[in-house]
Design a protein around this ligand. Sequence first.
Ligand code: ZN
Ligand code: ZN
Length: 442
Amino acid sequence: MTVEGIKPHGCKCGKDHLCDVSEVVTGNGAINLLPEKLRLLGGAKPFILADKNTFAACGEKVTEILKNEEIAYSSYVFPHGDVKPDEKAVGAAIMHFDTSCDIVVGVGSGVINDISKILANVSKSKYIIVATAPSMDGYASATSSVDRDGLKVSLQSRCADIIIGDTEILKNAPEKSLVSGLGDIIAKYISIAEWRISHLINGEYYCDDIAALIRKSVKLCVDNAEGLKNREDAAVEAVFNGLVYAGAAMSFANASRPASGNEHYFSHIWDMRALEFGCSSSTHGIQCAIGTLICAKLYEKLCTVEPNREKAVYAVNNFSLSEHWQDLRRFLGKGAETMIELEKKENKYSFENYGKRIDAIIKNFDGIKKIVAQEIPSGKTLEKLLDSVGCPKTPKEIGIDSSTVPETFAATKDIRDKYILSRLVFDLGLTDEFCEYIETII
Ligand SMILES: [Zn+2]
Ligand SMILES: [Zn+2]
């Protein structure tokens, strides 16, 4: 079965929606189509990249299929299962690459996919990913999330030409990976709402067709979530397809807007603190799930607020950027420097830009509340959903010190050039109030 709806197409939003993935092959036994897909891409000799765990999960099967079809291949299998996406791992993949190969076949999920995409890019090879877990939405994207010089960065790499997601393999993924996939899916409740809010406040580009594509996949995943615990085909396929669509949606929008918002930035900050200070962290998707729940509760609070222009302007006027940078450096270490640099280009704290925003916020506050009501489920509904799949709900459950969460929220506004909840709260002069409120909800 091939996933429909990711073909490049023109759209009424005025953009041509492009995605480099030419085909997504899913369903039971999809892996058996690998030889056919290699031929389709003109790949004569594949280079297989896996780690110890993903090779056991499906790499052996891949090599068996290739041997049966008498297709020559080379491979590198990381000798352990917990590969970090850093210089050492990327270097090892490149140093083991067999230059007589003309196509990269990644066998794995997050990290293996990120490294394989870089390997395909630097070796100018076509790329097939054989997915082993529906755990994150990077299958259909052309960037790799890696640790470079001790910092988490998104590197431009190569999008998979063909994605193979065999349900038989995906449903045997570790439970944590399945739950993570759902976490990265429910994050889209927040990202779509924030995309619409920024469209309303800042006139940012927005496409309702892309949002509709995401909403449809999120609904399918949530409707089937109960089945995820029992690894039912429909539930696993819904999450996998939803993650592929999310990747395609980012490509369509040429931005991460449809798939990542404030909830993802909680996760990014936790990753940064883990890299810099060795703090606890969890998988991307589980962190996003926890971030989504916090954001949903904060949006509920936002809807009870009566915006007050005077109070907002007073708070913003009394905000000290230099003190804020000092706090950020203490809280994030060297990761803070990239964020400080970003502000030099962006100027979001300039009073002139702020003035325009606060007027738009006050004028459109009912519209913002309407978007929240339409897009984001209540905290209670999300808690029930997370309980039903056994997903952690609080930072504490993944080893994160609760007392750092308010500061995490305050720091999320500086991660990327993107208008999100923490910025809206800042603009309303309510950062301190929301930080205090966070202490009561986690
Ligand atoms: Zn569009
Ligand atoms: Zn994500």
